[in-house]
Design a protein around this ligand. Structure first.
Ligand code: G3I
Length: 332
């Protein structure tokens, strides 16, 4: 459906999901793109220095290719998922060489077969107290802010065809925290553009939650500012945490659908928006249902219902809300 509006629609998956035939059938019916949920992360690919294993990622890329799906890579480098052995390297030149070798190897391995890569994930964190809002983590500590430029130029050289994306979260809502993050991310993107750093897309993770303050006008204006830099927009990881919603499934599903709807309406309208991916297609496989974060857990202990399909692979009101939002978009 998204394709008829010139958008793409997809979901995050892991290789273990490919062993579930019913899920694969639903995925092929619903999606035109997949993204690697975690198996393209450096720590997952090369837990032992010098012994990278691309078997799982190869399988995902091959699955996409053999089923006519677009593939997006997540991610190039994420501070949370660099291998432990990398953090222990104190020689800056050696660390930089190894980081760039990893990006070059990973991106060139799938050259021409990846629609987009999250080259860098979640580099902003206002708690650092830095004027630029960059997160104090292993990459900034080793290389300073210049690592961002290094990564995107290395990515472009390794796969000139892939759209290169900066991916981040915590921008969607009308709160001081999100407003500060929007400001810092816009500055990061503006700086990249001014230095000729090849950032093609901003990835809006869109991990939404019931009960948050949202102002569609403030959000739409910020999206216009990002797009005004000549940067495309992509919803990369959308889902809805329903911990604040009542236990009744019909009411909970209604509230989750309403959250998708109120966010997607102003977002999909932006002409720079090129597509969206859910962070999982079904409640059967969701980091939220796994209770990865404390705020995912519902007070009543019931399993969350964050995604477009339920655990039995049935479409939910959330699916309809996404479909309605796409249909409302003028054809690109
Ligand atoms: O399934 C294997 C299991 O067989 C194995 O024994 C175990 C050993 O570590 O790993 C299990 O896989 C775990 C996988 O989640 C499935 O549960 C990985 O270790 C674990 O790293 C992985 O966590 C992922 C996390 O990112 C870190 O990569 C989550 O699935 C994934 O949903 C989460 O996604 C992040 C995005 O990358 C960035 N934005 C936020 C989002 C949510 O945190």
């Amino acid at each position: 459906m998204a394709a008829i509006r010139g958008l793409f629609y997809g979901a995050a998956i892991a290789t273990r999901h490919l062993n579930d035939p019913a899920f694969v059938a639903a995925l092929l019916q619903e999606c035109g793109m997949i993204v690697s949920e975690w198996e393209a992360q450096w720590a997952a690919l090369e837990p032992v220095r010098g012994k990278p294993d691309y078997t799982a990622l190869d399988r995902l890329v091959e699955f996409a290719a053999s089923n006519g799906l677009l593939f997006r890579g997540h991610s190039g480098i994420w501070y949370k998922r660099v291998p432990d052995w990398f953090g222990a390297i104190n020689d800056r030149a050696e660390a930089e060489r190894l980081m760039l070798e990893h990006v070059q190897a990973k991106f060139s391995r799938y050259r021409g077969r990846v629609q987009s890569w999250d080259v860098l994930n979640e580099a902003v964190d206002l708690r650092s107290g830095r004027p630029d809002g960059l997160r104090r983590e292993v990459l900034l500590d080793k290389f300073g802010p210049g690592y961002i430029d290094l990564l995107f130029h290395a990515a472009r050289a390794a796969d000139p065809q892939a759209l290169l994306c900066y991916n981040d979260y915590g921008v969607e809502y009308d709160t001081p925290w999100h407003a500060g993050r929007r400001e810092a991310i816009l500055a990061l993107l503006r700086g990249c553009r001014s230095r000729g750093v090849p950032v093609d897309v901003f990835g809006i993770q869109a991990h939404l939650r019931i009960g948050a303050r949202f102002n569609a006008d403030i959000w739409a204006r910020w999206l216009d500012e990002v797009a005004g830099l000549g940067i495309k927009l992509m919803i990369t990881e959308i889902d809805v945490t329903d911990a604040a919603a009542p236990g009744d499934i019909a009411e909970r599903d209604r509230q989750v659908a309403a959250e998708y709807e109120r966010f997607l309406a102003p977002t999909l309208k932006n002409p720079a928006l090129i597509g969206m991916l859910a962070w999982g297609l079904s409640d059967r496989y969701s980091w939220i249902v796994r209770g990865t974060e404390p705020y995912h857990k519902r007070p009543d202990g019931l399993p969350p219902r964050p995604l477009p399909l339920d655990a039995d692979l049935k479409r939910k009101p959330a699916w309809q809300a996404m479909a309605d939002a796409v249909i409302a978009v003028p054809k690109r």
